[in-house]
Write a new protein. Structure first.
Length: 242
């Protein structure tokens, strides 16, 4: 039922997806309808092989399911990451995670990211406080050479995030170089384990749709965003964090 709801919310506005500028990602991709297994374990400095195996399995479980977004023209990509979550100005947290994993769905106009980052030595409240500071004070407005100008629009209040130790989300208005108006939103949800913290990120982006009644042009994108937040919470809460 939950996955069906997410798919309906995503497809409601799915016209394609432009991705915000991020560090270069490998070009490998697979159809969104394909199945997926976790990439093989490598070696991460500071982690034993067993720790890395456990951490990678947890981040793989924490991201949204592969069939979350479906639609004609949707391209799917997933990978292990070497960096943590980014926020406005594509700024990163001051400390890197032990292990990270990303899934991305993209079409010509719409974009969805789901990532999970597991930390040692930093708690949920610390991570979220730094992310909030970056977005609200350090960089409320920024420009990207390819994707135009962005402006912080305000913090997003979550629904159904009970059990999450700390969370922060925001949306940003975007004006593309061609003048198209878009809305991008990011949510960060963190949950503490005894010795680790899992930080999940979900991001969405798409065009602002002109509504017949003249209402909020970003309403559909916000509805889609809230649906993905609920899905992220549902993946995060059952995990047995070390």
């Amino acid at each position: 039922m939950r996955r069906t709801l997410l798919t309906l919310l995503a497809c409601l506005a799915l016209t394609g997806c432009a991705e915000p500028a991020e560090p270069a990602q490998p070009a490998a991709s697979a159809p969104a309808s394909s199945t997926s297994t976790a990439p093989p374990v490598t070696t991460t400095p500071g982690l034993s092989r067993e720790q890395e195996r456990v951490f990678r399995h947890l981040t793989f479980q924490a991201v949204l399911p592969i069939d979350t977004v479906q639609g004609t023209g949707t391209r799917f990509h997933e990978q292990h990451l070497d960096n943590g979550p980014m926020t406005s100005c594509w700024a990163a947290l001051s400390t890197p995670p032990a292990v990270s994993y990303l899934r991305r769905w993209q079409s010509d106009h719409d974009w969805t990211n789901s990532a999970a980052h597991i930390y040692q030595g930093r708690r949920a409240e610390q991570l979220i406080a730094e992310l909030r500071e970056l977005a609200t004070r350090t960089c409320p407005e920024w420009k990207d050479q390819e994707y135009g100008s962005f402006r912080y629009q305000g913090e997003v209040k979550f629904k159904g995030a009970a059990g999450i130790d700390a969370a922060f989300g925001f949306c940003a208005d975007n004006r593309q170089p061609n003048g198209e108006e878009r809305l991008y939103c990011w949510a960060y949800l963190a949950r503490n384990g005894p010795q680790t913290t899992m930080l999940s990120m979900v991001g969405t982006g798409g065009p602002k749709l002109e509504l017949a009644d003249g209402g909020d042009a970003g309403m559909v994108e916000r509805m889609k965003f809230q649906g993905f937040i609920l899905g992220t919470v549902a993946e995060l809460m059952p995990l047995d964090l070390p």
